[in-house]
Design a protein around this ligand. Structure first.
Ligand code: MG
Length: 455
């Protein structure tokens, strides 16, 4: 018995020793590019010790560009390792220059000299580094830093980011497209176009923000109230039009397509409940942003009143805002803006929480997310189990030129490349050709009498 015990201990030690050597060798074998040169120059003890050589942050800066009109902000983190840098999306289109200031004026002092490896520690410390927190701007800056550090970690490991997040749960990222139109018939024609391209999910809107096609010229314009550029919305016309649009699209396009719709939080909660009930017969995939964040208490009644699936959360700032909403099953799909909520680190936590409550992801992904941000989202989409659907855009040639490695959209699926990190780079000279603008944006929408409507 005594002899057997000793031998077992000896065997375990042999196995562990063998595993230790094997693991180090295997890991070194994965290194490529800049990292293989580093590995060759460093002693193997670094790796058998279980940690990578220390690399520090050398510089942090913002790169702002608007190749397709929307202001995009990127964080670039350079390191003490030659050639090793990371990129993250910090885009807040409507207030881009403020984010640039937050990055360029406050991040270097916070970041330079810190270890690139400790992403969680960096996230937690930056989150509270200004004492007051949870707002847009600083959260955007933090999102960019976080994504850039994950990019660096992937490059150090010589692995695409999804591998670091647990590997693939699916072969590609199922996306939804946006079908618009002045009439229900025009919307249906556009839905069919996307179905022909292979999309299984299409968001349908009869007019964009404010649904201008549905509103008469409002009285506040004649009265000279507000600004000439202010938009307007007729809530009643909108509430009547949406079920008609669903009816027409179902009639023309059939049942074999998932239909989504975004209310943009613009209508009264009780009216939203009534509209959702009318939409039940058209089997929507989800109705997005049914109420404004200030009206979250209405979700309980909304849930009790209708079985229409709901999506919410792109206006949330603090990851904690998702906790009560998910644990109370308030909605079915999480609409995080990964470049706003704090990056990959909090998004993975929110997604994992959702897994236990059968709440799925549907990350915010229109044109005001950069290709870097889209790639970061796609890597999370690939890794998590409770993925729902991903909002997509067709990236323009200009965007692809500025951002080499941008995800590819094929037959309704996003594909990331297999480069280490998130796989998207930036051509800074090209980016500089498309300066951002500082207009305040047309996000003012009024009722007929001029009252501001909250999104
Ligand atoms: Mg929305």
């Amino acid at each position: 018995m005594h002899i057997k015990k000793n031998s077992a201990v000896h065997d375990r030690r042999s196995v562990l020793k063998a595993l230790g050597i094997g693991t180090a060798s295997g890991f070194l074998g994965l290194l490529g590019g800049y990292s293989s040169a580093r590995a060759a120059g460093n002693t193997i003890q670094h790796h058998t010790g279980g940690s990578l050589p220390s690399i520090k942050i050398r510089s942090v800066k913002a790169i702002a560009t608007a190749p397709h009109g929307a202001n995009l902000v990127i964080v670039k983190v350079e390191t003490t390792e030659p050639g090793l840098y990371g990129l993250g999306c910090a885009t807040f289109t409507q207030r881009a220059e403020v984010v640039v200031t937050a990055i360029n004026n406050y991040m270097p002092d916070f970041c330079v000299g810190r270890d690139v490896d400790n992403i969680e520690d960096m996230w937690q410390s930056f989150f509270v580094s200004s004492y007051w927190r949870n707002g847009p701007v600083l959260n955007n800056a933090l999102s960019g830093l976080d994504q850039a550090l994950w990019d660096i970690k992937g490059k150090r490991a010589n692995m695409p980011l999804y591998q670091l997040l647990g590997g693939k749960s699916r072969f590609a990222v199922d996306c939804y497209a946006h079908a618009d139109g002045k009439s229900p018939e025009e919307v249906a024609v556009n839905v069919q176009k996307y179905m022909d391209q292979g999309f299984q999910h299409v968001r349908i809107q009869q007019g964009g923000y404010g649904s201008l096609y549905l509103a008469q010229k409002p009285d506040f314009k004649d009265a000279g109230f507000g600004r000439a550029t202010d938009d307007f919305m007729d809530e009643n016309a909108y509430l009547l039009a949406v079920p008609k649009m669903f009816k027409e699209v179902r009639k023309q396009c059939g049942e074999n397509v998932e239909l989504l719709h975004d209310t943009h939080e613009r209508v009264q909660p009780i009216n939203m409940i009534n509209m959702c009930r009318r939409l039940e017969e058209y089997n929507p995939y989800f109705i997005e942003d049914p109420v404004s964040p200030e009206n979250m208490d209405w979700f309980k009644q909304l849930r009790m009143s209708t079985t229409v699936p709901l999506a919410m959360g792109e206006l949330f700032n603090n990851p904690n805002e998702f906790v009560g909403a998910i644990t109370s099953h308030s909605f079915d799909y999480i609409r995080c803006h990964l470049s706003q909520v704090g990056g990959i680190t909090p998004s993975m936590k929110i997604a994992r929480l959702g897994e236990f409550f059968n709440v799925k992801s549907a990350w915010h992904g229109p044109g005001d997310v950069s290709p870097v941000g889209h790639a970061a989202q796609c890597h999370v989409d690939l890794a998590i189990w409770n993925f729902g659907v991903q909002e997509s855009i067709e990236f323009s040639d200009k965007l692809r030129e500025v951002f080499p490695g941008t995800p590819e959209l094929k037959k309704g699926y996003f594909y990331v490349n297999e480069a280490p990190g998130h796989g998207v780079d930036i051509d800074e000279k090209m980016a500089a050709k498309y300066p951002i603008n500082n207009h305040a944006g047309r996000w003012t929408i009024r009722r007929r009498d001029g009252t501001i409507i909250r999104p």
